[in-house]
Design a protein around this ligand. Sequence first.
Ligand code: GA4
Length: 328
Amino acid sequence: MVVLANPSVVDQIPLLPSPGHRDTFAAVPVVDLSRPGAARAIVDACERFGFFKVINHGVATATMDRAESEAVKFFAQAQAVKDRAGPAYPPFGYGSKRIGLNGDMGWLEFLLLAVDSASLSDACTVPSSAVFRAALNEYVAAVRGVAVRVLEKMAEGLGIAPVDALSAMVTEQGSDQVFRVNHYPPCPAFQGLGCSATGFGEHTDPQLISVLRSNGTSGLQIALRDGAQWVSVPSDRDAFFVNVGDSLQVLTNGRFKSVKHRVVTNSLKSRVSFIYFAGPSLAQRIAPLPELLGEGEEILYKEFTWGEYKKAAYKTRLGDNRLAQFEK
Ligand code: GA4
C-alpha cells in the first residue's frame, strides 16, 4: 500500500455517484408567482417534496447577472487575496472546503454572510469591494422580497391569518437571515470513473425556507422518499428554487417536509449559486401553529427557540438529523 505523506485535498472529499440522465427530476413542481393558483401550488409542493421552482418572480435578470458576474470575479482572485476575507467560521466570511465546525468537507469555496434587514450586515466588512457589495445588496433585497411573497402565499394556502403570519418572522427586526455564495470549481479528477466529488454533502436546512439561484450548471440533488432516491434538479438560471427548512417542518407539525439535498460537482463546468436562508429572530418560539393542528392531533416536537436550535445545529455534522433531538 502506498501511503501518501501529504494526500491531496481532493482525497479528503467524499465521493458520490455521478448523476445519470435517468436521475433527472423532470417533475419539479413549478409555481408561477404571478398566477392566482400560486398559494395552493406552494402548499401542495411543500407537502409532497418540500421543494419547488418559482417562475415569474419579477426579479430583473440584470440583478441576478450582475451579482453572478461579480461573484465570479471574486472567486477568480488569487487564493491569498480570498483568504484575507476569511475565515468563514466564526461567524462570517470566506471559506474553502471546510463546512461547519465538525469536519465536513466539500469541493467548494464560499462566502457566508449575515443579512441585516434587507441588505448585507454592516457589521461584516466582507466582501470589501464596493461594486461586489452593491451587486449583492441589490440581489439580497430582491431575493428577500421573493421569500416574503412565497411565505405570504404559503400562509394564504394554509389558511392562516394574518397574511404575514409566516413572513413577519423573517421581516421583523433582529431576524436571523443568512446569505451564502457558493462556487463549485470543476473537479475532473474522477471523470469517466462513475463518481464525482461531493460539492456540498446531504443535509437539511435549519431555517424556515431557503431560496436558491444558480448559474446554468446543474449539481443540486434532492432526496425523494426520505433519502431512498436522489434526483438531479435541472438548473434554470432564470428561476428560484425554494426548499422547506426544519423550522417550517416544525411550525406545520410535519405537514411540510424539510427536504434533504446535496450538490454533486461537475467534472467540466463550475457552478455558482446564491442561497438566501430565511431565519427568524433568535428568541422566536418554534412550535406547531395552533391553527394548523387538527382536532386531537398529536404535537410531534418539543418546544424550542430558533436560538436554541441554531446552537444545537452547530454541534452537529452536516448530514445529521438535527430535528431528532427535538422530537417528542
Ligand atoms: C446548512 C444550511 C446553511 O448553508 C447554513 C449551514 C451551516 C454552515 O455552513 O455554517 C451548517 C449547516 C447549514 C447545518 C449544520 C451546521 C451548520 C454547517 C453545519 C455543519 C449556513 C446553515 O444555517 O446551516
